[in-house]
Structure formats: structure tokens, C-alpha cells
Design a binder for this molecule. Sequence first.
Ligand SMILES: [Cu+2]
Length: 178
Amino acid sequence: MEHTQSSPLWRRTATAAACAAVLGVGAAVAPAVAGAALSFKSGLRDFTPTAAGPFDGASAKLTLVGTDATQAVFVVHGVDPAVAGRTFGAHLHAGPCVAGNGAAALGHYNHSTTAPPTVNDQTEIWLDVTINDGGNGQSMARVDWAPAAGPRSVVIHANPTAADGTAGARLACLPVEW
Ligand SMILES: [Cu+2]
């Protein structure tokens, strides 16, 4: 019966609307990609445990939705409000998140097949966050591919991401493993 089929569509529409509302963006955002959802939430791991930094004690959550395409939502909480207004580069990296070892995260996860790889916000998942007065930040990225499973991480850097993908020192990371 046709009227019973309206429920899944309603749910998808509501999810996309909720996502747009959370991020404070308008109707230009495409609907959420249908398919599998992965969620990773934990305290951040510090790359320089012996030095104080704005992400000490902060936590973060990454959600990846989609199978062929991916919509990524990154949220960070508990950042030192002293850095409110600053933007920090953040990316999905190919390697694991290991406290005290920024190099373990390897380079950015890059989907391109060229050598050298093409570096931009469509071949990689860039998730720069601007911290607000409450010590929170959030971002969204959308690419038309899905990262392969493995021990990966979101790395937060000291600077905003430049056009060539660099973003300065590695500060902290979120484990992203599936
Ligand atoms: Cu990075």
C-alpha cells in the first residue's frame, strides 16, 4: 500500500534537515548520502603530552555516512576557549592515532590515482574547525568516494589548511578505525 512507503523518505529528509540545522547552513546542502554510517567518538590523543595545548582534555566525534559517496561531519568539544575564533586544520589521515607520535598518522588519506597525488578538498577529507566561545567547533565535508577501512585518524593541526593541503604542526588526533 503506497502510504506505508512514506516513512523511510520522511526519515531521510528529517536527517538531512537536522544535519543542516546543526551546522547552521541552508537548503543548499545536498541530502545526506544513503547507506552505511560510521561514528567515532572519544577523547583526543595529544601528540605532545608534555606540553600544554588548546586541545588538552578535548573530545571529538567523526561521522561518515555513505557507501559510494561520503558525507563526513566532525565535531570537537572541550577546546580551550582562549583560542576562540581560530581555525585549525583537520583531515582524515591514512594511519592510526597514537599519542605522542604524530608521524604514525602518516599522510592525508588521498583518493586520487595520479603520481604525485592530486591534493584538494575533493581528493582528501578536509575538516577544518573554527573554535567558538564555548570551546566547540564543527565542520562537514562531502566527497564522491568512500575511504577504505583501516586504522586511520583525524589529525588536528596548528593552522588552517592551505591550498596545498599543509596546515602546520600536528597537535592531536581522533582514532578512526573500522
Ligand atoms: Cu592533516
